[in-house]
Structures are given as structure tokens and as C-alpha cells.
Design a protein around this ligand. Structure first.
Ligand SMILES: *Cc1c(COP(=O)(O)O)cnc(C)c1O
Length: 377
């Protein structure tokens, strides 16, 4: 089976992890700081806070906003459930706005229409690794005094107007799940320029406890002293994972370049095929990290094409069921029809294999299988 995505692990990664296992601390040691520094260098953000998963990172970012029960956050339905579910974890209300039909990313005008008195933030997802229209969304956020968060789980290594993802929104989330730009097994991070968010998220990651004297209520205590200031979890990444992250970050650029070269090749090999729509291409402003290569076909044909591709040993996937159409959200009262373009996109989409070690031969196999299936319908 050729998967839709997979991790890339080298001997250097394995050496880095073995060294981490022999270090005095396998968690709460120095590797986390080194990993966070590498994220700061790669994004241009002032602060980076690493977490045990991208989901934990989202939970921390939303908690750092200090919002009240029932406050609303506008987001997209074309995303992984966690983007919205971590809002529910804090009793915040996800409000779904529609996408641009071609890029699959939030439409800034659709976002603006969903703003109410209770709206506090916008969470935009860099779908398939392609940055959202950051300038337009930031303008909407500024105008209505909202926080702008980017779910960049898929877009580490992408850029917008020559600035790297992670340096432009108020907070940007990254995931290090094995299918993403780089991996720590499981892991995530938030990049931000705002010190108070970074401090709150560091505490949230470790039970709401601080050992930083400048944050404490009592400062006259001995060195052992620490205070729990907020509610928090154990959302720490281990040093074993962080060591893998540091090693992987050295290949971030080459991973993205390889994905881009393969995406360009798909564009060349799949152009002008009837019944097939290709994703939005890079342009002068937007450079994707090419996490996915989402093709679209007629909705009534999608599952047949999907099943035939799987039967040919091609591990295609669908990204995503609109979040609000999952039974859990339906039970909360969310309705089909909320975002028509999202629903059409979701019903048409198939993610075909794209990852740094996909060979040209494997890619040719995917292309010819897809062409044959489309011709046979
Ligand atoms: C992967 C992903 C997440 C969740 O990250 P985990 O590290 O798997 O918890 C959230 N949002 C998007 C868009 C993702 O792709």
C-alpha cells in the first residue's frame, strides 16, 4: 500500500533519540528548550511553546485567551475535529464560516458575516499546508478587536508574502504527528510574539504551576517553592521526542521542497483531465507546505473512485467530514447546510499520496491508476 502520507526517519534521527535516552533527564530536561529555539528560528516568532500534541497546543492557546463560557470563536468546518473540539473543552462556542471553494481555506468575507457581540477570536486553518489569506483575516480581526489564531498544523515551512507561517497571526499552532511537515511521534507547539500568552501556555502545560519567582504571589520562599496559579494539565513533550524534533527540524526545508517538487509533478501529469479538479497552486504571495494534494471529483463519483484507488493499493484519504456534520456536533444542534461550499468540497475531495520519500515511480503508478479509473467511469 502506498499511504497518503508517512514520516521520514533517518539514522541521524535514531542517533539523536538514543542519545536522549542516555541523558540524565528524559523529560523536563534541556531538549525541549532546544526544540523550541529551532521552532523560533524556523518561524521568526518571538516565543515557541512545545506540547504533547497539536490538540494540547490548541487547548492551551484557547485557554490563554481567558474567555468566558459561551464566547464565540469563528472557524472552518474543513478541518480535523480538534480545531473546534478544544473550544468545546473550554465551554466556548465554535461558529463555522464557509471557505473559498478553490483553496479550501476560510473566506474572510464569510468570516465577517458570522461576527456577533460574543465573537472573541478567529481560528483559521492552513488547509493542506496552504496558508490562509492572512492579511485579509488579520484586517477583519483588527477591525472587530478579535484574536487571530492560525491552525498551522499542516503548514510548518509555508510562507505568506515572504514571511514564514508562525510569525504573522497572534498565535500559530503546529502539529508534529507523523504525517505533518516534521514529526516527534506525537507533539505540537504554539508560536507567538505575545509574552503573556507564552507564559500562560507554559503554565497550562504543567498543571498551572510556576517556578518563576516573578510570577509568584509570595517571593520570600526558598528555592523549592512553587505556586499553582491557574488550572492546567500535564501537556509536556518528553526530551526523547524533543530530541527527535531537533533532528527533524534540520530537514524541514528539504521536506517542504520535496513535497513541492512532487506537487508540481502532479500538476504537470494531471492537467486537463475531464472530471478532475486540482488544488490551488502556489502564487507570488502564498507558498504552501504541501501537506496534502487534495484533488476533487464529482461528488456522486467520489466514493467509487476512492474505493477503486484503495483496491489498487493506493492509501487515499478524505480530508475532511465538515466538523459540524459529525454526529457529536449534530447532537449539539449544528446543522447540515451551514457552509455549502465546505460541504461540496468535502463531498468531492480525495487526498492522493504526497510525502517526502514518495518515489517518482510510485507517483507515476498513482497517476496512471487515477487516469484509468477516471476514464473507465
Ligand atoms: C493534525 C491536526 C490537528 C491535531 O494535531 P495533533 O498533533 O494530531 O493533536 C489539528 N488541526 C489540524 C488542521 C491538523 O491537521
Amino acid at each position: 500500500m502506498i499511504p497518503y502520507s508517512r514520516q521520514h526517519i533517518t539514522k541521524d534521527d535514531i542517533r539523536a533519540v538514543s542519545a536522549a535516552l542516555r541523558a540524565p533527564s528524559i523529560t523536563q530536561g534541556p531538549a525541549i528548550e532546544a526544540f523550541e529555539q529551532s521552532l523560533i528560528r524556523a518561524t521568526g516568532a518571538k516565543y515557541a511553546v512545545a506540547f504533547s500534541s497539536g490538540t494540547a497546543a490548541l487547548h492551551a492557546a484557547y485557554a490563554a485567551l481567558g474567555l468566558k463560557k459561551g464566547d464565540e470563536i469563528i472557524t472552518t468546518g474543513l478541518t480535523f475535529a480538534a480545531t473546534a473540539s478544544m473550544m468545546l473543552a473550554l465551554e466556548l462556542k465554535p461558529v463555522f464560516a464557509d471557505i473559498d471553494a478553490q483553496s479550501g481555506t476560510l473566506d474572510p468575507e464569510a468570516v465577517e458575516k458570522k461576527i456577533t457581540k460574543r465573537t472573541r477570536a478567529i481560528v483559521a486553518v492552513d488547509y493542506a499546508g496552504r496558508p490562509v489569506d492572512i492579511d485579509a483575516l488579520r484586517k477583519v480581526a483588527r477591525k472587530h478587536k478579535l484574536v487571530f489564531i492560525e491552525d498551522g498544523a499542516q503548514s510548518l515551512g509555508a510562507s505568506y508574502h515572504k514571511k514564514r507561517v508562525g510569525s504573522q497571526a497572534d498565535m500559530t499552532m503546529f502539529s508534529f504527528h507523523p504525517v505533518k511537515s516534521i514529526t516527534t511521534g506525537e507533539g505540537g507547539a504554539i508560536a507567538t510574539d505575545t509574552e503573556v500568552y507564552a507564559k500562560r501556555m507554559r503554565r497550562f502545560r504543567t498543571h498551572g504551576i510556576t517556578k518563576d519567582r516573578s510570577e509568584m504571589k509570595r517571593r520570600d520562599k526558598a528555592a523549592w517553592y512553587h505556586e499553582m496559579l491557574d488550572f492546567g494539565f500535564n501537556y509536556r513533550l518528553t526530551d526523547i521526542q524533543a530530541a527527535l524534533g531537533v533532528s527533524q527540524m534540520k530537514r524541514l526545508r528539504s521536506h517542504v521542497q520535496k513535497r513541492k517538487a512532487l506537487a508540481d509533478r502532479y500538476f504537470k501529469l494531471l492537467k486537463n483531465i475531464k472530471g478532475l479538479e486540482l488544488p490551488a497552486q502556489d502564487d507570488a504571495i502564498i507558498k504552501s507546505a504541501w501537506h496534502l494534494f487534495p484533488i476533487r471529483v464529482a461528488p456522486e463519483m467520489r466514493d467509487r473512485i476512492f474505493t477503486k484507488l484503495r483496491a489498487k493499493g493506493i492509501g487515499v484519504q478524505v480530508h475532511y467530514v465538515p466538523v459540524y456534520m459529525h454526529p457529536y456536533y449534530a447532537n449539539l444542534g449544528y446543522k447540515r447546510g451551514t457552509c455549502p461550499k465546505t460541504e461540496v468540497y468535502s463531498a468531492s475531495e480525495i487526498s492522493i499520496p504526497l510525502y517526502p520519500t514518495l518515489s517518482k515511480k510510485e507517483q507515476d503508478y498513482v497517476v496512471s491508476a487515477l487516469k484509468n479509473i477516471l476514464a473507465s467511469l
